[in-house]
Design a protein around this ligand. Sequence first.
Ligand code: SAM
Length: 303
Amino acid sequence: MRIDVVTIFPGYFEPLRHALVAKAVEKNLLEVYIHNLRQWATGNHKSVDDSPCGGGPGMVMTPTVWGPALDDVAAGTGPVSTACRLTSAAPHANKPRHDDLSGTGFSGYTDTAWIDPARGEAPCDGDKPVLVVPTPAGSPFTQEQARQLAAEKHLVFACGRYEGIDQRVIDEAAARYRVREVSIGDYVLIGGEVAVLVIAEAVVRLIPGVLGNATSHEQDSFSDGLVEGPCYTKPARWRGRDVPEVLLSGNHALIDTWRREQSLRRTLSVRPDIIDRLADDNALSTDDLEYLAQLADDAEHHS
Ligand code: SAM
């Protein structure tokens, strides 16, 4: 996969030079290029913003800078043609980690549910890069979207600042990109850089070969719709608190049942909306429904 990021703060992306993302770079599973938007700014002050049409507070990022930048990123021309690849800050010297040793194959994802016919997109638009525009006004970013992006060859991220990017940039980019306006949550950040780090990390860990043990993400929160239950390691007793006995039993059927129940219990507690949605979609098993009914009974007894 290739990732291009356009930003006025390239220094924000230092974290991509560390840990698992850097390892993906070292393994040539990922190429990352960070572009300073001001390379496309003209004028003495290299300004990238202007006052909002219609009045109001703040500044808006101008299409006259963003347009040429996104043209060059899509075509690999101008400053993009000579940009340097991001390198790992501390090469891992090919040392396998414990989870590299138990890896299993992973064939990627093919779901096309995220294609937007309103933008005139068809599944065969697959050779256009995806332009991800973080914005609080976008559709909520989910694990499912991370899975879909992980199957892409080329992602481009446009980091907004101030009041955001002139909407015509995003509308016009649809000629060269499949555009995704995404929000990482119902709050407002200062700029898009942190949102891009969040999205990039969620996506990169799902690229086949990045996680040594491909099964580990299959058990993560949201992979089956639910959040994951609690996890434990040694010692078996710590400050008077024991690891749940079942996890030390060696009985994997019992452990699987316990984990599923803990997952249901925690999801019901922190995200009851997910339980409702899975129930509406008939995505809960009879055992799941019986356990949830038992939890409801227990709660009634204790109230
Ligand atoms: N005026 C915008 C609004 O009210 O929707 C907020 C702009 S915000 C101060 C500046 C930039 O931060 C946005 O263009 C976007 O790139 C980023 N940003 C802020 N909150 C975000 C969120 N929840 N998800 C994704 N990006 C966000």
